[in-house]
Design a binder for this molecule. Structure first.
Ligand code: ZN
Length: 179
């Protein structure tokens, strides 16, 4: 067994030789492949597969994309939904690509604030839309399990870019869509 796990088991008061824990380190390491698969994905590359739609300058909203991430301060899960809206210039992207970008940024050690702004900024830089707005709502096990927060408390973060900054009508329209 790797020293890391032996130390961990000792630290919390467990017996590393206990039968039930024998394969736990292997299972944990195996689970990392999925939990941290975002490091192997390049969001910029995912956003290259756009299509042109010159006539479309209306707002496009994708609501409640589910995500699972790990808090970089406590290595405990935080999870929830991301709602995403943009006003294209002429480039449009498929729904599945947006979901892939959310996965690429969330399946890493993260904090919610960065997750939200990284999605907005990368999208802004790659597609050059008129504006992007991202709203993330999440439950943080690190807060709940340690008893820092009310059990129902959710953290909400947002990132507002481009036209959404000046244009309160667009902002309100987006908020109405994701309600
Ligand atoms: Zn935390």
């Amino acid at each position: 067994m790797h020293n890391f796990f032996i130390n961990f088991f000792h630290k919390i008061g467990e017996n590393p030789d206990r039968e039930g824990l024998k394969n736990t380190p292997n299972r944990v390491i195996k689970s990392w492949e999925k939990l941290y698969s975002g490091y192997n994905k390049n969001p910029k590359e995912i956003l290259q597969s756009t299509f042109l739609e010159h006539k479309c300058s209306e707002m496009i909203v994708l609501k409640d994309i589910e995500f699972y991430s790990m808090c970089e301060h406590h290595i405990l899960p935080f999870f929830g939904t991301i709602s995403f809206g943009y006003i294209p210039n002429d480039k449009i992207i498929g729904v599945s690509k947006l979901v892939e970008v959310v996965d690429a940024f969330s399946r890493r050690l993260q904090i919610q604030e960065n997750l939200t702004t990284q999605i907005a900024d990368t999208f802004m830089n790659e597609l050059k839309p008129k504006g992007v707005m991202v709203v993330t709502q999440a439950t943080h096990l690190c807060m709940i399990m340690q008893g820092f927060e009310n059990k129902n408390a959710k953290l909400i973060t947002s990132a507002v870019r481009g036209i959404f900054k000046e244009d309160s009508r667009s902002r309100n329209e987006f908020m109405k869509h994701i309600k």
